[in-house]
Design a protein around this ligand. Structure first.
Ligand code: FA5
Ligand code: MG
Length: 537
């Protein structure tokens, strides 16, 4: 009987990564191709666009301590528990996260280092840049390894006391030190909202307002700097009467901040989500032995920023070792638009299959395992992307986010828990409604609770699209440009589900031969059968 829980075949009992050994278990789902990305460290590679983007952002946060070499393998405690992720959060699922064993993952976000960095208490502000890993869709703006920068700024209540100021006054003094900009900012949100975006019980309204102002001013300054650089890189003489930059704040939800916001930028016709942020949940700071500190944090995706800074059309390019790519970027020279080298032909092939009958019923996978995105079915018959597609077109669209984006957005936020009742007192933290505390008037802080029981390995019997993506990556590496569901239906009599995926093969560096693509496709077809137990049609 095949082990359907594994998505990359048989794994060794123990693996070694840069001199560290890890015992694997039935949670292991990390293929060699992903482990091979660990030593690349694109954010440290000289003259790489990810490095240049990182340095540009760092330059807007003078005095913040930078951490750029934190190791990517972390515990589930660091990645999830310390941040108050509920036990059934979708981000913990093996379909979304790379595990080495039950307690060990490749970090899915730089927030995995928040608690430890606060505990070290080395500086008032810090920035952490790092590679992060997520099992995800394949297209030109998604790659299973990408880079994030986390930033945070805290203040010490005792310090305010010593200076004879209120905490809010001390923070407002710092707000005045942030450079001003003249960009129109839409911010219809109240500083906090009892149900949607609650104030933490440990913070006064004045303190929260001061921190929110400092957060928003700091991040607006950073984004305005970047987008002005991007604009001057993309401006042509003909288009010099560009429309002015527009940014807006949108209410958000993260298990580890409250209140929370996302910053969006209007870029080439679309609102684009650039970062997530909020007021740090006080239990994280308390647990990190700095209970007198309060502050804010944000997380930003470096590829997304680099793609618009340079007009880079495909996220795979960042991993290219081709000098035609690398030679176009320099830390010394001003930012110039990326000039694509010749575009090699694409070749797409379809694969259709019946799911195993047990997986048609989604096998009791519980809330943590989403069914394959049904909304993708009719819409996905869209043509394969063309060169003119914006690299960011699969990201935030205000009115009608594509299903892919909806899933992406869910990864580290997910919907906030509903307020337990209108009459209840305001929750102690932004993470309150998690699980068991609905009836407790003062819910225990979720961030400090370790999981009592391990997650049930409930996902083995059902189909998840990310497993198809993973097999495509394993077989094709960077020769696959995108994979999309083009058809899905249920047999009216047998109830079996049939899926059709279109695989778009294209190298960024050469023309693929017919024979080569056929071989890739054949291997992909047989691995789908071997690993997922599907029946080819
Ligand atoms: C987070 O990862 C939170 N840790 C951010 C945060 C930090 C919030 C601190 C509050 C306080 P999210 O999953 O939305 O959130 O990712 C943050 C950013 O990373 C996104 O806005 C986007 O810019 C980028 N990003 C997310 N997924 C991808 C992806 N698959 N490919 C490229 N960039 C991505
Ligand atoms: Mg997001």
């Amino acid at each position: 009987v095949k082990d359907l829980t594994s998505s990359a075949g048989a794994f060794p009992k123990e693996i070694k990564v840069e001199g560290k050994s890890y015992k694997t278990d039935e949670w292991m789902n990390t293929p060699d191709s992903i482990l091979a990305a660990i030593p690349r460290r694109l954010h440290l590679q000289p003259n790489h666009p990810i490095t240049i983007t990182r340095k540009l952002i760092e330059s807007r946060f003078p005095g913040y301590k930078t951490h750029n070499e934190l190791f990517p393998i972390v515990t589930t405690g660091q990645n999830f528990d310390s941040l108050g992720f509920p036990l059934d959060h979708i981000g913990r699922s093996r379909t979304d996260t790379y595990y080495l064993n039950k307690d060990t993952v490749l970090r899915t976000h730089t927030s995995a280092h928040q608690a430890d960095t606060f505990r070290n208490n080395e500086s008032e502000g810090y920035l952490i840049s790092a590679d992060v890993y997520r099992r995800d869709a394949i297209d030109r703006s998604h790659y299973p390894v990408f880079h994030q920068m986390e930033g945070a700024r805290t203040w010490d209540r005792q310090h305010a006391d010593r200076e004879g100021k209120t905490l809010a006054q001390m923070i407002w003094d710092d707000v005045d030190k942030i450079p001003k900009h003249d960009v129109a900012v839409e911010d219809p949100n109240p500083p906090f909202h009892a149900e949607r975006n609650p104030l933490q019980a440990t913070h006064s309204p004045e303190e929260t307002e001061a921190m929110a102002a400092h957060l928003k001013r700091s991040l607006e300054d950073m984004v305005v700097t970047i987008f002005n650089a991007a604009k001057s890189a993309t401006d042509t003489d003909a288009a010099s009467e560009n429309e002015p930059l527009k940014v807006r704040w949108v209410e958000a939800y993260f298990p580890f901040t409250s209140p929370s916001w996302e910053l969006e930028v209007f870029w080439q016709g679309d609102w684009l989500e650039v970062l997530g942020s909020g007021i740090v949940s006080q239990p994280i700071l308390n647990k990190a032995s700095v209970p007198d500190r309060v502050g804010w944090a944000f997380g930003i995706g470096l590829e997304r920023i680099a793609m618009l800074l340079y007009s880079i059309p495909d996220i795979r390019l960042f991993w290219s070792k081709d000098t035609r790519f690398l030679s176009q970027f320099s830390e010394e020279k001003p930012i110039r638009r990326f000039v694509p080298f010749s575009k090699y032909p694409a070749c797409f092939k379809d694969v259709s299959f019946w799911l195993r009958s047990s997986s048609s019923a989604a096998g009791g996978a519980a809330a943590i395992h989403p069914p394959a995105t049904p909304a993708a079915a009719p819409a996905a018959a869209a043509p394969a992307p063309t060169t003119t597609d914006s690299p960011t077109s699969t990201q935030t669209q205000f009115s009608d986010p594509p299903p892919d984006h909806a899933r992406l957005a869910a990864t580290h936020s997910a919907s906030p828990p509903p307020p337990s009742s209108a009459a209840a007192p305001p929750p102690t933290t932004g993470m309150s409604g998690t699980a068991s505390n609905a009836t407790s008037p003062t819910p225990p802080p979720a961030a400090v609770t370790a999981p009592a029981t391990p997650m049930p390995p409930a996902w083995s019997s059902s189909f998840h699209e990310n497993d198809v993506m993973e097999i495509a990556r394993e077989v094709c590496g960077d020769l696959v440009e995108d994979v999309r569901l083009t058809d899905e239906f249920m047999h009216p009599k047998t109830g079996r589900r049939s899926m059709c995926y279109r695989i778009n093969y294209r190298s960024l560096e050469r023309t693929l031969t017919n024979e080569e693509t056929n071989q890739l496709h054949e291997r992909l077809r047989s691995l789908l059968v071997d690993r997922l137990g599907v029946e080819l049609r």
